[in-house]
Design a protein around this ligand. Structure first.
Ligand SMILES: Cc1ncc(COP(=O)(O)O)c(C=O)c1O
Length: 409
């Protein structure tokens, strides 16, 4: 299986079941629900045992209690006066995040997630630039949504290579700038290895060259401020740097919000003039949005506050530490880079990484398998709902998996 961030250059399959008639008659509720329960059981591992894929996990339990209050609610930007309360929840959630990320005046939107938010940034930067053949300069580790955006929006990406610590050479970044450059992009952190790009250096460069800078803080936005509160040395990565034009972060990653809750934030409302919303109707890409997501975002932030998020971040880091130390204790396994936040990458020096991955999977534990520099690697992305008990169980399963495939050791 290819990892989320790999470029295989192979066309991925789109597997479809056999043709299925649209049913003439409805089926009793109980039957439908039973069948659904059976389908859910077909997935190889329950979410609690899935340590792979995009940091996503169950949202904070308060969201279950929010749902009945917001049931059936939705909101559409052009019909704001139909759903003013829900619209306001969205805008207040945006303001709370803006204040967390160094810009209480930030304007923005709830999106369907990181991909949509990154597309919004590319589109805004392209429109502001307004010239033909626009280009975007970014480290090669940036999320694939930028490649998708380039394809959709007619942009050329100038990707700058990174070193073994996943850092781009800033002289190369600067050399990649041309009069066609519409934006610089960097990540806090990038998703593949979870390492922080030199955001302050990007911000300086953007200021010096008068360029738009977008920061992809998909999973950092809801965690780095709290890590800093906990005493970790986190450099500036947000709107506190004057060169940062826009940011995004995903609530459904480390923010304990339901899946499909992203945020796109902009320092200066005046920049929105580059979006022809008088014609397009909306500033975002999706029109009718789930009101319960806005309500959940508002409610979880209000309920947890900084204090609550500090606690969930502390728990996350405990899990990351238990898992990382567990990996390093196992003979022949090696972390590829020291984890900064929620991403752990490791390999086996015995060349049996894929077999370890498959054995973990057979035991009902999810991870993702791929390649780095020609060698196999297992990537974990850890969500704050995982507790230390689960982390110890994962390490035990990993130890057993290694023992199973190397019986002579
Ligand atoms: C750094 C980064 N940016 C963007 C995204 C895209 O987010 P989504 O899957 O919500 O579209 C991800 C997802 O893993 C990510 O890690």
């Amino acid at each position: 299986m290819a990892q989320e961030f790999e470029r295989t250059h192979e066309r991925p399959a789109v597997p479809m079941p056999p043709p299925l008639d649209f049913p003439e008659h409805g089926q009793p509720e109980a039957e439908v629900l039973d069948e659904l329960a059976a389908r859910a059981a077909e997935d190889p591992y329950p979410v609690e045992r899935n340590f792979g894929v995009s940091y996503v996990g169950p949202p904070h339990p308060i969201t279950e209690r929010v749902r009945p209050l917001a049931a059936g609610r939705f909101f559409v930007e052009w019909a704001r006066d139909m759903n003013p309360a829900t619209d306001r929840l969205e805008k207040e959630a945006v303001r709370m995040l803006g204040s967390l990320l160094g810009c209480p005046q930030a304007v923005g939107f709830i999106t369907s997630g990181g991909t949509e938010s990154n597309l919004l940034a590319l589109r805004l930067a392209r429109n502001l630039h307004g010239q033909s053949e626009p280009e975007v300069v970014l480290p090669e580790t940036a999320h694939y949504s930028f490649r998708l955006g380039a394809e959709l929006l007619g942009l050329r990406l100038r990707e700058v290579p990174v070193d073994a610590a996943m850092q781009p050479d800033m002289r190369q970044v600067e050399r990649a700038i041309t009069p066609r450059t519409a934006a610089l992009v960097c990540s806090a952190p990038e998703g593949n290895f979870g390492q922080l790009d030199p955001v302050a250096e990007f911000a300086d460069l953007a200021e010096r060259r008068g360029l738009y800078l977008h920061v992809d803080a998909a999973f950092g936005g809801f965690a780095l401020p709290f890590l800093r509160d906990l005493g970790y040395p986190i450099p500036a990565f947000d709107f506190s740097l004057p060169g940062v034009t826009s940011m995004m972060t995903d609530g459904h990653k480390l923010g304990l919000l339901p899946v499909a809750t992203g945020f796109f934030l902009l320092r200066d409302a005046a920049l929105l003039e580059a979006i022809p919303a008088g014609v397009t109707g909306i500033h975002t890409i999706t029109a009718t949005k789930p009101g319960d997501h806005a309500a959940a975002a508002w409610a979880v932030m209000r309920h947890l506050g900084r204090q609550g998020y500090r606690a969930s971040t502390r728990q996350l880091m405990d899990v990351v530490r238990i898992v990382s130390e567990g990996i390093e204790r196992i003979d022949g396994l090696r972390l590829l880079v020291p984890p900064l936040l929620a991403v752990v990458n490791f390999t086996s020096e015995r060349g049996d990484t894929e077999r370890i991955y498959l054995e973990l999977r057979r035991r009902g534990w999810g991870a993702t398998y791929g390649h780095a520099g020609g060698a196999g690697r297992i990537r974990l992305s850890i969500h704050p709902h995982r507790d230390p008990r689960r982390a110890h169980q994962f390490v035990a399963a990993l130890e057993e998996s290694v023992r199973t495939i190397r019986p002579t050791h």
